[in-house]
Design a protein around this ligand. Structure first.
Ligand code: CTP
Ligand code: CA
Length: 224
């Protein structure tokens, strides 16, 4: 009996994808979060699975579900939980794509009880979270590693710095400047930059189409 999935280009490849926001607790009822919906990461996951890959998504809080039934999901809340999950999964992966909007900082202390309202001004001390993508870059062996960058100034130069600092093969630079791009929208305006510093600006297109373009880069990487 012939298995038609054996002809798919990413057959036998295992891909780790981070998606969604992280929530960093302040007290039992409050958190610091962001507007990421996780759609970009889930679209990448669905298309990678369609191309035959074994896909595992480490997802922060989101109600999104993958459309493909062969996408595995590990749900987490905080950046620290996302980091731990990725550390466990990454060594067995061929590709990692970090599409999550990970909180850069978390409250230094988490209050045990709900914080009561008192003074007019209230300060929360924050401490830096570990950079998941940079850690994957530092531990990289055979993996193809892809990150995202969101920049509002010196976009290309800053993205190129991230390629170097995080040891990436490809970075997907998100432009917020063009309307219809970014959080909560169905479209994205992105530029691909690879480690050879080739710069490829794409048209404004749906997140599904951007997901396909990203996975096409993965397929090309294994074609040569
Ligand atoms: N990222 C990560 N872990 C973090 C922070 C970021 O894995 N703690 C990943 C994101 O998933 C993304 C990439 O790093 O793929 C770049 O995120 P971005 O916020 O653009 O860059 P930072 O390195 O956090 O730098 P800054 O926010 O200062 O621009
Ligand atoms: Ca950041």
């Amino acid at each position: 009996e012939k298995d038609i999935t054996s002809q798919l280009p990413l057959r036998g490849k295992k891909i780790l994808i981070t998606a969604g926001p992280t929530y960093e607790p302040i007290d039992p009822v409050r958190f610091i979060g962001n507007h990421s919906t996780g759609k970009m990461g889930f679209d990448i996951a669905d298309y990678a699975a369609q191309m035959g890959a074994e896909v595992i998504v480490v997802a922060g809080p989101t109600h999104l579900q993958p459309k493909q039934n062969n996408v595995h999901i590990q749900r987490v809340m905080t950046a620290e939980e996302m980091y731990e999950a990725c550390m466990e999964i990454y060594p067995t992966c061929d590709v990692a794509i970090c599409a999550a909007a990970v909180a850069d900082y978390r409250p230094k202390q988490q209050a045990k009880e709900k914080i009561k309202k008192k003074e007019d001004n209230f300060t929360i001390e924050l401490t830096k979270n570990k950079d998941i993508l940079a850690t994957l870059g530092a531990q990289k062996k055979q993996q193809m590693l892809i990150g995202f960058a969101l920049e509002t100034e010196n976009e290309i130069a800053n993205a190129q710095l991230k390629i170097q600092k995080k040891n990436l093969d490809l970075i997907v630079l998100n432009s917020l400047r063009d309307s219809g791009a970014g959080f909560g929208t169905p479209t994205n305006k992105v530029t691909f930059i690879n480690k050879a510093n080739e710069i490829e600006p794409l048209e404004l297109k749906s997140k599904e189409a951007v997901a396909q373009d990203i996975i096409d880069k993965v397929i090309q990487y294994y074609e040569v």
